[in-house]
Design a binder for this molecule. Structure first.
Ligand code: G3P
Ligand code: CA
Length: 244
């Protein structure tokens, strides 16, 4: 299980998204420089079958473009600026670009399959093929709100860790995660009480709550020795961790 050592790991949510445009190479590089242990990023599939790193199904919120990823080609997507708020232009990264860079460091990488709205048939296979090509199997965790996708990932790549995402509290999450062979759970931090975090970890299941940005919430999880926190601000989290 990734992250079973003593200290709570810090995963940068969409990269260091508190200071950089989310899900961009600058945000990922910024997270590494900040000292994060890992990244969290979101993947979707273009019309011509490229895996791209972007949170929404549409490019509208985070870029200067319009439309669904599934209707745009990779070439069209690369022309867009993912740093709408000024500063240097940022392209929407391909997963290949991120993996090329991951080969230069030791960061862990939580890949969230954004296939809840559109099933993106074949996306899991494509992502797994790339993970294998870049020899990253022991540094990747697949997560998704689409638990059918999580099970599919496990079936085709049982050696790569999976973790279902939860928006709501569920009963005995360690039992559920073990039943789908997931080595971890990624709950919304405000929905999981202390004793459930502790019992889940005691049952050998990693707990990585998201998206933890407030000091009090970070402190709670560090004190519990939670497996990891997923945060927009790794610098802040590291600073607070040092005080515990
Ligand atoms: O993986 C944790 C978190 O990223 C899930 O929610 O909407 O930020 O992708 P969202
Ligand atoms: Ca995400």
């Amino acid at each position: 299980m990734l992250g079973s050592e003593e200290m709570t790991q810090i995963f940068a949510h969409r990269g260091y998204s508190a200071s950089f445009a989310e899900n961009t190479m600058s945000a990922f590089i910024g997270a590494e420089k900040a000292g994060a242990d890992g990244l969290e990023l979101d993947v979707q599939l273009t019309r011509d079958g490229e895996i791209v790193v972007i949170h929404d199904e549409k490019v509208d919120r985070t870029t200067n473009g319009h439309g669904f990823i599934k209707d745009l080609t990779y070439k069209e997507i690369r022309k867009l600026n993912a740093n709408k708020n000024g500063g240097k232009k940022e392209s929407i990264p391909s997963l290949i670009e991120v993996f090329e860079w991951l080969k230069t460091n030791n960061l862990l990488c939580n890949i969230e399959m954004k296939n809840g709205l559109f099933p993106y048939e074949g996306m899991e296979e494509k992502v797994i093929e790339l993970v294998r090509k870049y020899n990253l199997t022991d540094r990747i965790i697949f997560s998704s709100f689409n638990h059918y996708s999580i099970v599919h990932c496990y079936r085709i790549a049982p050696d790569i860790e999976t973790a279902p995402l939860f928006l709501e509290a569920i009963y005995m999450p360690w039992v559920y995660s073990q039943s789908i062979r997931a080595k971890g759970i990624h709950p919304k931090h405000s929905t999981i009480p202390d004793h459930i975090i502790t019992t889940t970890i005691q049952n050998g299941v990693a707990v990585r709550p998201y998206t933890v940005n407030r000091e009090a919430d970070l402190k709670r999880l560090f004190k519990l020795n939670c497996t990891a926190v997923i945060t927009d601000n790794p610098i802040k989290a590291i600073k607070i961790k040092k005080t515990i």
